[in-house]
Design a protein around this ligand. Sequence first.
Ligand SMILES: C[C@H](O)CC(=O)SCCNC(=O)CCNC(=O)[C@H](O)C(C)(C)COP(=O)(O)OP(=O)(O)OC[C@H]1O[C@@H](n2cnc3c(N)ncnc32)[C@H](O)[C@@H]1OP(=O)(O)O
Length: 726
Amino acid sequence: MAGSIRVTMDVGADGVALITIFNPPVNALHPIIIQGLKEKYAEAMDRDDVKAIVLTGAAGKFCGGFDINVFTIVQETGDVSHLPDVSVELVSNTMEAGKKPSVAAIQGLALGGGLELTMGCHARIATPETQLGLPELTLGVMPGFGGTQRLPRLVGLPKAIEMMLQSKFITAKEGKERGLIDALCSPDELIKVARFWALEIANYRKPWTRSIDRTDKLGSLSEARTVLSMARQQAKKVAANLPQHQACLDVIEEGVLCGGQAGVLKEANVFKELVLAPTARSLVHVFFAQRSTTKVPGVTDIQLKPRQIRKVAVIGGGLMGSGIATALLVGNISVVLKEVNAQFLQRGQKTIAGNLEGLVKRGSLTKDKMNKAISLLKGALDYEDFKDVDMVIEAVIEKVPLKQSIFADLEKVCPPHCILASNTSTIDLNVVGEKTNAQDRIIGAHFFSPAHIMPLLEIVRTEKTSPQAILDLITVGKIIKKVPVVVGNCTGFAVNRTFFPYTQGAQLLVSLGIDLFRIDRLINSFGMPMGPFQLQDVAGYGVALAVKEIYAAAFGTRNFESGLVDLMAENGRQGKINGKGYYLYEKGAKPKPDPSIQPVIDEYRRRAKTMPGGKPVTLSDQDILEMVFFPVVNEACRVMDENVVIRASDLDIASVLGMGFPKYRGGLIFWADTVGASYICSKLSKWSETYGDFFKPSSYLEERAKSGRALGAPRVAQKDLTRSRM
Ligand SMILES: C[C@H](O)CC(=O)SCCNC(=O)CCNC(=O)[C@H](O)C(C)(C)COP(=O)(O)OP(=O)(O)OC[C@H]1O[C@@H](n2cnc3c(N)ncnc32)[C@H](O)[C@@H]1OP(=O)(O)O
C-alpha cells in the first residue's frame, strides 16, 4: 500500500514546484500523504529555485478528503492524536501564510479536506465539471481543515452553510460564478494555466489572496446573525437528533464574531469532540458498510468481468414495474415495457413519464436527459422484442402460477445469456423458476417502492444462481445508482423478513391497549421517517393482506396474526389510496390521525384478547420502542444465523436504505450492539413469558448474550479482508 501512496514534487525550469498527491482511487489524505505534503512544502519553501507552488492530484482526481479510515482508528482507540495537525500547521501556517504562493489545479473532485487544502491556496484553477463539496456532516463530523471559515469567506455565508449543512456539491463552473474558483480550463491546459497563475501571483501581477483574512463576502454582523439563526431553526427541524449541525454553526459563528483564525482554532477542538461522538461512529460505520455490500465472496473476487447490459425488458407496468423501468431509463439502459393490453401499457408509459417529470421537478434530472430517457422506452404487448434483451425483470402481482408461466415463456423467447430476474418480495425463487431449465439465470431483483427513488436493490440468489448473473445485476444496480445488497433466498428475503415483526409488534402493542398514534410518534422521534401505522397506510393494505398467509406458514408461532388490517379493510379503509386509513389524507395537507378509527380498534382489542386480565397495559415510551425494535433485532439474528446476509453490516445498510432506519444510529445491528445483546435478550425473555413466542429470543441472540460477543461480529473471528487499513 505504502508504495502507491506518495506525494511527489517536480520543479520546472519556470521555477514552479508541482506537488502531486498519489493515493488511488480518490487521493484520500492518508497520514502518509499529509506527512508527504508537509515535507514537500518545506522543501519547496526552502529551495531557491522554487518561486511558486502548484498543488494537484494524480489520475484526474484532486482529492476525496481526509482518509476516513483514520476516523475508525480514532474511534476504536479513543485517541485523537491519530489525527495529524493539518489545519494550523499545514494549511494556515505553511500554505496560506507561506512566503511562496500556492495554486490548486483541480480536476474530478475536491471534497472535504481536499477542498479545504485548495482554499488554503492563493488561487484555484479547475476543470468545469469538477465536483466541489464539504460533505463532512454526513460522517457526523464537520470540516476540520479550516473549511468552516474559508468557504463562507469565498462564497458567502448562505451558500457556504447550504453546502456544509446539506453536504451539497457544486460544479467548478458554479464555483467560478460564486468566487470559489478563480479560473476554468480544460483538463489538457490545467497544469499549464495553474503554473501561469502561480507565477503571476509570485510576481504580484495577480492578487496574493489569503481567504482567511477576507471579510467582503460575510456581510454585516446583523445579516450574518439572521442567516445563522435561520440555519439553526432549519437544522433543528431536519437534523433534530444530530449534534454536528449546530456544532458547525457554532464554529462558523465564532469566525464571524472573532475572526477566521479564532474560528479555525475552535473548529479543531470541536472536530475532535464530534469524531468521538456516537453519531460519527455510526455514520462512519455506514460509509464503509455501504461500500462493502458489493464485495461478494465467490462473485466479485474470482476475476469475472461484468457483461454489458444494454437492453432490459420489464414485465408489468404497475407501480413497481414503471418505477423499475424509470430507474433503468435514467441509467441510460433501453427498456421494453410489456403489458397484457394496450390500456395497461398506456397507463405504465404514463406513469414512467410522470416519474421522469417528477425527477426533473426535484432537480435530479435535466429536461434533455428526460427526453433521452423517454426515447429509450418501447412498449410491447408480446414477446417479439425479447429476442435480444440482456435481462428481464418481472414485476407482476405476487401469484405463483402466473410467475411460473411467465418464466417458462421467458426461457423460450429470450436469448440464452439473458438474466431472468423477478421483483418478487416474498415468493421463493426456486418456486418461481420451477418450470424452467434456467435456474442458474434466475435471480431476485427486489426494488423498494418507489423504485426510481428508493436506493436499495436487494439481489436474491438461490443456490443455483450463477456468479455471473449476480455480478451482472450488481453492475446494473450500480449503473442505475442503487446500492445492491446480495442476500439468500427465504421468505421475505433479508429486509421484509427482518422487519416483519416491526408492524406486527406495533399491532400487538395496540391490542394490549397502547394508543397507535403514540406508537407512531415515538418511532418517528426515534428517527424512522414515519411510524409503522402510517407506513402501512402509505404502502396500502394489499401487500399486508397478500403476504399474511405466507408469513404465517413460514414463521410459525413467532408470527403474530393480528387481523387489524382485515378489520380496517372491512371498515372501508384502504390507507392513503382512498384517503382513509389510520390517518386521514387530504390533498396538500399533512396526514391527520383519524379519531373515527376508535370503534375499529375497540373491536380489534375485543377479538385479540391479548390484554393480561383483560385490562390495558401501561408501558413507558422506552418499553414501547423496545417492544417494537427488539423483535426486529431478534429476527435479524435468525437472518444472520442462516447466512441470508453475507455480513451483519449488509443488514445495517438494508435497514437504512430499505426501511429508513436512522443512518445516524448506524443501521439495525450496529444500533443493537450499542444497546447490548444481553439486555435485548433479557427483555425479550421476560416479555415472551407474558405475551408469548412473538418475543422468544432466538438461539443466536441467546448465544451472543451469553458469550458477550457483539451481534455484528462474524461467527468465527476472521480478519476483515474487505477493508484495507493503514
Ligand atoms: C478534516 C476533514 O475536513 C475531514 C474530511 O475530509 S472527511 C472526508 C470527506 N470526504 C468525503 O466524505 C468523501 C467520501 N467519499 C465519497 O463520497 C465517494 O467515495 C467519492 C464521491 C469520493 C467517490 O465515489 P465513487 O466513485 O462512487 O467511489 P466509492 O466506491 O465511494 O469510493 C472508492 C473507494 O475509495 C474509498 N474512499 C473514498 N473516499 C475516501 C476517503 N475520504 N477516505 C478513505 N477512503 C475513501 C472508498 O471507501 C472506496 O474504497 P473501496 O474501493 O475499498 O470500497
